[in-house]
Design a protein around this ligand. Structure first.
Ligand SMILES: [Mn+2]
Length: 322
């Protein structure tokens, strides 16, 4: 595994007071990375505060460390940590940002803008892979909750090791977690299979809306505002819903449109190699990865359909093997 740069390790060794920030609507990777790194720093007798958007998805609420989230903030910190956050604009941050000697960015998004004073940015399966390697470099002992946190982060951000972002390192790190506890079967089922009734119904509504665009292998799903309200809000749209379109045989590109307020959409995109939907997300000020990205949108849905079809057609013209 690649070494964590010395200056990153030195920064975490030398400083004492930390504030951890994540992206808005924190997912399994964000929460898992925060808990693993936060507990690791506490083990080294550092003080750690967390400023994290709530509510957090039900399936992640089993972590005891969540009790330490969102306590009174200090006016200043040695280090503000931005985890799993491709730009400072996506970070969920306090209205008045505390002062900090150092802003340290730890992230795995290709679109990361290197907006920190120090940036530990690598394209990995999950931010928690980088966090795990940092903990090892700091000689932190991984306890069961930290192991669950790293496993949660990796398994959710890789779709249970199914996505193209999985590497040899992803499996090596997951494998090392079995030295801490013997099984992650229950955790895996909790994270990937179990849903509350509203989440089940929301998934059903998304599947019901599934359509294929103009005889191209492009799937579109729309959860309209009324449906989202009926089933308890966006918190009940589980991560795997966007993959439903993508799991349909023959589909290469999927868009899931979530109408979060009347006329306002949050769009999740998925693609199979070699299609790159990241550029669509960037066009609308969003971010993500080549095969999984997202953005906010207000306007005529047809515009998004046109973008998806253009990505498909352009790639096909460049690559005659498709
Ligand atoms: Mn992530």
């Amino acid at each position: 595994m690649k070494k964590i740069p010395d200056e990153i390790v030195a920064c975490l060794k030398e400083n004492e007071e930390y504030l951890i920030l994540l992206h808005q609507k924190p997912d399994g990777d964000a929460i898992g990375s925060a808990i693993a790194l936060g507990k690791g720093l506490k083990q080294l007798n550092k003080s750690v505060d967390y400023y994290i958007e709530t509510p957090i998805e039900d399936k992640l609420l089993f972590f005891e460390e969540i009790d330490c989230f969102n306590r009174q903030l200090k006016e200043s910190y040695d280090v503000i940590l931005f985890l799993d956050c491709s730009s400072s604009g996506f970070a969920y941050s306090p209205q008045t940002m505390p002062k900090a000697k150092v802003k340290l960015v730890i992230d795995h998004h290709k679109s990361n803008a290197h907006y920190g004073d120090l940036n530990c940015v690598e394209i990995t399966g999950a931010t928690a892979e980088i966090v795990y390697r940092i903990l090892k470099a700091l000689a932190v002992e991984i306890d069961e909750e930290m192991a669950d946190a790293v496993f949660t982060a990796i398994t959710t951000d890789t779709g249970s090791f199914q996505f193209s972002n999985v590497t040899n390192d992803t499996h090596i790190i997951a494998g090392e977690l079995y030295k801490v506890k013997p099984s992650y079967a229950n955790l895996s089922k909790r994270l990937h299979n179990q849903k509350n009734m509203d989440q089940m119904k929301m998934t059903g509504a998304a599947i019901h809306s599934l359509e294929i665009l103009d005889s191209m292998p492009i799937a579109l799903m729309v959860l309209d505002y009324d449906t989202i309200v009926k089933y308890g809000g966006t918190i009940n749209i589980s991560d795997d819903v966007a993959n439903v379109g993508q799991n349909t045989i023959g589909v290469a590109i999927t868009a899931l449109l979530k109408e979060v307020r009347p006329g306002d959409y949050r769009v999740s995109l998925r693609a199979k190699f070699p299609f790159d939907i990241h550029k669509i997300a960037l066009k609308y000020g969003g971010g993500g990865h080549e095969r999984a990205a997202g953005f906010n949108f207000r306007g005529d849905i047809q515009e998004i359909k046109d973008d998806l079809m253009e990505v498909y057609q352009t790639q096909c013209e460049q690559d005659e093997t498709i």
